[in-house]
Design a protein around this ligand. Structure first.
Ligand SMILES: NC(=O)c1ccc[n+]([C@@H]2O[C@H](COP(=O)([O-])OP(=O)(O)OC[C@H]3O[C@@H](n4cnc5c(N)ncnc54)[C@H](OP(=O)(O)O)[C@@H]3O)[C@@H](O)[C@H]2O)c1
Length: 279
């Protein structure tokens, strides 16, 4: 698919997989909106990409997925400035070792990795639907296989186990994708989730120790390689029939975990998420 002049919004585009996704898609001639929480890091990333591409096609917008008010402001601003958004890549994510809560009192991984992106996607719908055949790409993880949904844990009510919270949030990404595809099967919107591979990034933290440890435990892929499936899903032709599916780091459809295929669970997560973002 020709991406020239397509408008692509990427969350967490200043670091790791998101940064390399933005760089590759900018090189294909698309207009890139980098939705990031830290203005200085976002500007440094924008300047880095602009050194090799057309700076006029790069835009930074503030977005803190850990605050639903920030998500609403970002979406309203984007809808006003971009009446058509062709592709949304919900990429941002985090993995805190200690329990943290979002501004609205949600467990941080559930709040950022899932709920913030849920609200962002819903709020951008007017501009997405104006694109005719918009694409929503959700960066999940193979760690969703470890995930279960505990509906009584979303506000951090339960003792915190980082991997359990991460698995739950990434299972949310895969279920959200399946339900989004089901709800939009007749209006042209296409959506996929994906595992980017084991990628050496800042996901475990920015310190040298955290980054080194993550590489030592097997995150051998470069961020550029890790961006491959996201970039491919943004532009690939002939994959419309797979909307809702989960892709691996080799751009192949995988079934995902058994729980991730449970459409009753997907519907329950969707309805719960709607209630939670409504306040
Ligand atoms: N790396 C892997 O091996 C791996 C494997 C499977 C899935 N993934 C997924 O890949 C995605 C990208 O992660 P990465 O590995 O590239 O990690 P990364 O280098 O840490 O990048 C994560 C991005 O998310 C942003 N972010 C975190 N909290 C945010 C918030 N509250 N609001 C807005 N943005 C926020 C970060 O912003 P700051 O720079 O300001 O912190 C950063 O831009 C995540 O969804 C992750 O779960 C990664």
């Amino acid at each position: 698919m020709d991406l020239v002049d397509k408008t692509i919004v990427i969350t967490g585009a200043n670091s790791g997989i998101g940064l390399e996704t933005a760089r590759a898609l900018a090189a294909s001639g698309a207009r890139i909106v980098m939705a990031c929480r830290d203005a200085a890091r976002a500007e440094a990333a924008r300047a880095d990409i602009a050194a090799t591409t057309d700076a006029a096609r790069l835009e930074v917008v503030p977005l803190d997925l850990a605050a639903l008010g920030s998500v609403r402001r970002c979406a309203a601003d984007l809808v006003a400035r971009h009446p058509r958004i062709d592709i949304l890549i919900n990429n941002a994510g985090l993995f805190p070792f200690r329990k943290r809560l979002t501004a609205d009192g949600f467990e941080m991984q559930f709040g950022v990795n899932h709920l913030g992106h849920f609200l962002l996607t819903q709020s951008l719908m007017p501009s997405l639907q104006a694109a005719g055949a918009p694409r929503v790409i959700n960066v999940a993880s193979m760690m969703h296989h470890l995930g279960k949904l505990d509906f009584d844990s979303f506000r951090g009510e339960k003792p915190y186990k980082p991997i359990r919270a991460y698995g739950q949030s990434k299972l949310c990404n895969v279920l959200f994708t399946r339900e989004l595809a089901r709800r939009h099967q007749d209006d042209g919107l296409l959506t996929w989730s994906l595992h980017p591979g084991p990628v050496g990034t800042n996901i475990m933290g920015r310190s040298l120790a955290a980054r080194t440890l993550y590489r030592l435990v097997g995150a051998y892929m470069s961020p550029r390689r890790g961006a491959r499936t996201s970039v491919w899903l943004a532009g690939a032709d002939g994959i419309e029939a797979t909307s809702g599916s989960y892709y691996d780091e080799y751009c192949k459809v995988k079934p995902g975990s058994k729980l991730s295929q449970d459409m009753a669970l997907a519907a329950r997560l969707w309805e719960t998420s709607e209630r939670l973002v409504a306040g």
